[in-house]
Structure formats: C-alpha cells, structure tokens
Design a protein. Structure first.
Length: 390
C-alpha cells in the first residue's frame, strides 16, 4: 500500500472544504492501493502525534510560530516527509510559496512527487505602488514563482478557469491538470415529493411552501449580506416560502464590520414573519438537500465549491453569482443554473421566476442532474488522482 501525504493546515473541526472532500475520497483511494495520510497542525497538546482512522492516518505537526504560521507549518511538514523512514510516494499540498523553493531539490533527491492542489484563483504576493523598488521586487518575485510552479510535478485545479494564472508563469499544459470535485450521486440525488415531505418532518421543517437552501459558512465572502437583502425583497411578494441557511458561523478577524452586521442579521432571522430558518452544519447534509426546492449561492470568491455540485446532483435548480473563480464548467446560464448579478432586485426576481415557471424549473433540474452524471462523478475524480499517484 503506497502512502500519499496530504498537507492541510486545517483538519480538526473542519466541516467543509478540500480536506473534508479528501476524507470522503480516502476509502476509494484505499481500494486503488493508496493510503491517505493527513499531515495537519497539532491544535491541542492532548492530541496524539499520530492517529490511525479506518481509511486514513493523521500526523500532527506542532508549529507555534508567531508569524507566517501556514508557511512555516508547510516547511516543517515537507521536511518531515523528506526524512520520513516510511516516506510517501506522493505529497499533496493545498498551499505553497516561494519560501519553500529551497526544499525542492531535497524533495526531488528523495524521489518524492510534489503536487499542488489549487482550490482558488491564483493570488501571489506582490508589493503595491509604482516605485522602482516595488517594480524590481515584483519582477523578481514573479520570476521565483515561475521557478516554483514549473518545478512541481503537477498542479491540480478544480476548474479550467483556475489554470490561467499558472499559464502566465510558464507552467506547461502537461503539468496542469483539471480534476473536478467528485460528487457521490448516490448520496446527493433527487427525491420524490413524498420523500421530501418525510425529510422535512424528520428535520422539523415546514411541510408546505418552497424551501430555498443556502449551505456554507455564514461569512461575508459567501454573500450573506446580499442573500439577506434579496430575501427581504423576494418575501414581500412570495410570503409562503422559506429561506433555510445551513452552516457554521465564523467571526472574521479582518472584517469586524461584518461581525456587527451578522449580529444584526441574527436578530432579523429571529423574526418569524421573514420565514428564515437558521441551522448549524449537519453531518448528513444531504437530508437538507432532499428537503429543499431551490439552491442559492451568492459567494464572492471560490474554486469549485462542493455544495454547488451537490445541489445540482440533488436536482435543485440554482441561483448563482459569477464569483471570482467561476467557470463555465458548470454548464450554461438558463440551462443548468440561473446566473445573477450582485443586485438584490435581480436576485429576488430570479427566485420568483424559478418559483413560478414550472417548465424552467424542470428544465434546469433535469439538465443539472445530467451535467453531474456526465462530468462530475466521484469515480472519475478518483481515477484521475490515482493516475497522478502512480
């Protein structure tokens, strides 16, 4: 059984995102002969340094630096992989910077594959301003990033749109791989109206009216403020329906203004006249998809969010914004989803249209399910990853 190390700064307590996706992949990797090992930050001294789960292992790395936490954690993890007695055949990482260039020769000497799994549109760090110093620094930094990216064995992007930044750094097409986030369409699937009502009863949700579902962290980047403004407009004309918000709350250290807004939003949510249902994240999240009629996703920046694909697989017609990192891999506007601009009235009108136009609703529902079946199945993603590991 070959070992594949996945370096992920966040693992403990994480309920969504790429590390959760790879936990779902782990049993399928094991069937193919690859044991996944998560290398993550040791967040609690009481936790063991190593731990064996059913389908993957965990190595926890202590990294209590005051500054550059993620960068120095990754360096320690890479050094650990380089000198490990039971060395991995492949290292996956969700982040990498020019600081790690000095480790690249050692990684190659040890015969390790290093693959960067990119989940967002590429942003490299440059100095602002038009000074000569900034210009020289930025050119040099761009040059170093080019060396870094071209030195990796592969760069995996979750959508075709995310490859553009790496091409600008001279990375060859052979090294750039697009592997979509795989969806288990046996778990995220359409259900009958009878089944929908049964799940609503189970989750203590309203049995009548349409449920418009949002799933994700309740943070500003996910478009929560836009969602609330558009819902208040929509609800004036469509008062029999419900907004269901499922996900964890997270305060932002960099956006204290949003934190204040969110406290105000929570008070609005408590108003029963608005028909807003606020729930925490749920381990059987598919049950909320089964209970709902429409999915809404107004995020500002993403790679290829799992919830979008899961909603499509479950046959929920979707209202979505063209976020940074958006890709036409999802299909076409008006066929697989309805694309809206970040305007409350436009969003509210689109929701109203989906609720009233039965033909449009059924068309998008059918096309979404087919799109997932043809392009985004879990089995295909597993196959593409294992080809890189071999």
């Amino acid at each position: 059984m070959k070992k594949v190390w996945l370096i992920s700064y966040h693992l403990e307590g994480v309920t969504a995102g790429p590390s959760v996706r790879f936990q779902r992949y782990a049993p399928f990797f094991e069937e193919k002969g690859f044991r996944l090992v998560f290398v993550t930050l040791k967040t609690d001294p009481k936790l063991p340094d190593t731990e064996q789960k059913e389908y993957f292992d965990i190595i926890r790395v202590s990294s209590n630096y005051k500054y550059f936490h993620n960068t120095l954690f990754l360096a320690k993890s890479l050094i650990k992989a380089i000198f490990a007695k039971d060395k991995p055949s492949t290292i996956l990482t969700f982040s990498i910077t020019t600081f790690h260039l000095w480790l690249m020769p050692l990684i190659k000497l040890r015969g390790l594959k290093l693959i960067f799994v990119n989940t967002m549109s590429l942003h490299t760090t440059y100095l602002k301003g038009n000074s000569i110093l900034a210009s020289i620094y930025n050119k040099f930094h761009h040059f170093l990033y080019g060396i870094l990216f071209r030195g990796l064995n592969n760069i995996v992007n979750s959508s075709n749109a995310l490859t553009a930044g790496f091409k600008r750094h001279g990375v060859s097409s052979k090294k750039l791989k697009t592997i979509y986030n795989g969806v288990n369409n046996q778990r995220f699937k359409p259900v009958s109206e009878t089944e929908k009502i049964a799940y609503r009863k189970k989750l203590n949700l309203p049995e009548s009216g349409k449920i418009i579902l949002f799933v994700g962290l309740k943070v500003e980047r996910k478009g929560i403020l836009d969602l609330m403004e558009s819902w208040k407009l929509f609800y004036k004309n469509m008062p029999d329906h419900y907004l269901l918000m499922v996900g964890d709350e997270k305060s932002s250290s960099s956006d204290l203004d949003y934190n204040t807004h969110w406290e105000g939003i929570k008070k609005e949510i408590e108003n029963p006249e608005l028909h807003i249902i606020n729930r925490p994240n749920h381990p059987a999240i598919e049950e909320y998809f089964y209970s709902s009629d429409i999915f809404i996703f107004l995020s500002k920046k993403e790679g290829m969010p799992n919830v979008v694909l899961e909603a499509m697989s479950a046959g929920l017609p979707m209202i979505i914004t063209e976020f940074e990192g958006f890709s036409d891999d999802y299909g076409e506007n008006g066929k697989e989803y309805i694309l809206v601009n970040r305007d409350a009235k436009n969003i509210a009108d689109s929701l109203t249209l989906l609720c009233k136009d039965v033909n449009l609703y059924q068309t998008i529902k059918s096309n979404s399910i087919k799109r997932i079946a043809n392009h985004f199945l879990l089995e295909k993603s597993i196959e593409q990853y294992t080809e890189l590991f071999e």
